[in-house]
Design a protein around this ligand. Structure first.
Ligand SMILES: [Zn+2]
Length: 399
């Protein structure tokens, strides 16, 4: 049975055939009309190719259309559409054939050649052939029409292949010619990626130098501050880390769920529970809704024993309409005595077992969910769009 997209394709060719027929017969340029192929030939080829498509024989259809593009300039745009349709249907090999065929045409105008190079590069990207796509987009870097687009694609390729040095250079070149790029903070992220690589190979000095570079970019990201605090915490410099985590919570309450466990770890290491309590109390005074994220952090990280954080968990549990129907919360409401503490601990242990760690973060652009904080969404590839969730999400299966 012909599929829906086959009919779409068929419709496209009917329109193209009709237009080709019309201009061939009734065009006002006599010279062009004389040079055009006979209308009957045009129609016959289209209908032949169309029949192959309707009968789910795309390769035979391609052969017909490939031959046509060799003789007929007017069909060029139609063939671009055909290649694009093949790519969108996931038939990348056929899309590549169409676009390679266009590029191989003699006397192809510079405009159409660049258009075909862009399309072929898109095909290679779809096929995961990044080196070939990089080569073609590289040829288009100085194109008036496609230069900005090609440079953006090159940077995307460097992101996917994690060539962060190239990404820095590529994006800085892009900023010079594209005003929109100047408003983005991507270069800061690329330096952060390089800093993480340096830190993971124990080159701490280089890691901090790269963080310095990230902070000096035109649009620095909060990520660099968080990364530096993480470096200090991992290096045992907890006092520096505590100070920086405190600053981050003031600036970015949305990251509380990720920062609190790290701050708590550094406070445990230095025996400064009082400092953690003061930080959390200050945070709650400025934003009472922060209590939900703090309470959830104690569920994700059972090592958090801070009384202020556990009070947030208690308030969260008592206010949650689902939990109040599932669990007897009366011991919690009674007092702050030993029974209440034990009841809260039991509820916390239960929640830690059933909560879905995979749903801890969500991309606000595409809904992608992740267990960890990601600065670039792997699904939609946008930056700084993944945030900690402040909802309880339960695992489907509990072991
Ligand atoms: Zn996303």
């Amino acid at each position: 049975m012909p599929t829906e997209s086959t009919f779409l394709l068929a419709g496209l060719f009917f329109v193209a055939a009709a237009l080709g027929y019309f201009f061939a017969r009734f065009g006002d340029d006599e010279e062009t009309s004389d040079a055009a192929p006979p209308a009957g030939k045009l129609n016959a080829d289209y209908i032949k190719g169309l029949n192959f498509l309707l009968n789910e024989k795309p390769d035979q259809a391609l052969e017909v259309f490939m031959r046509m593009v060799e003789v007929d300039d007017e069909t060029l745009e139609t063939h671009f559409a055909l290649g694009s349709l093949f790519r969108r249907r996931g038939e990348v090999d056929r899309a590549i054939r169409v676009h390679q065929n266009i590029i191989a045409r003699p006397n192809l105008s510079e405009m159409h050649k660049e258009q075909a190079l862009v399309s072929l590069a898109e095909d290679y990207l779809s096929a995961g052939l990044f080196d070939r796509a990089e080569d073609l987009f590289g040829q288009l870097k100085d194109s008036d029409e496609h230069g900005v687009y090609a440079r953006r694609k090159l940077v995307r390729i460097y992101e996917v292949t994690q060539e962060w040095d190239n990404a820095v250079r590529g994006f800085e070149e892009l900023e010079a010619i594209d005003p929109r790029a100047a408003a983005e903070s991507r270069v800061a992220h690329y330096y952060c990626e390089l800093a993480q690589q340096a830190f993971s190979r124990d080159d701490v000095r280089e890691a901090h130098k790269l963080i310095d570079l990230a902070e000096k970019t035109a649009n620095p990201s909060l990520r660099s501050k968080l990364l530096r605090a993480d470096f200090w915490r991992s290096s045992g410099q907890h006092k520096k880390a505590i100070k920086l985590y405190g600053e981050i919570m003031d600036i970015a309450p949305r990251l509380i769920g990720d920062v609190v466990p790290k701050l708590a770890e550094s406070c445990r290491a230095t025996g400064e529970q009082g400092h953690l309590s003061r930080s959390l109390t200050k945070l709650l005074a400025s934003d009472p809704s922060a209590g939900k994220a703090i309470g959830l952090a104690t569920v994700y990280d059972p090592r958090i024993v801070n009384a202020t954080a556990l009070k947030c968990l208690k308030d969260f549990v008592l206010a949650d309409p689902v939990l109040s129907n599932l669990v007897d919360l009366s011991p919690l409401a009674d007092s702050d005595g030993p029974d209440s503490k034990q009841a809260l601990e039991r509820i916390r242990e239960g929640l830690t077992r059933v909560i879905s760690k995979g749903h801890r973060h969500r991309c606000r652009e595409c809904g992608y969910i992740s267990s960890e904080l990601l600065w670039q969404c792997p699904s939609c590839r946008n930056w700084e769009c993944v945030s900690p969730s402040v909802e309880l999400n339960f695992s489907t299966f509990v072991s």
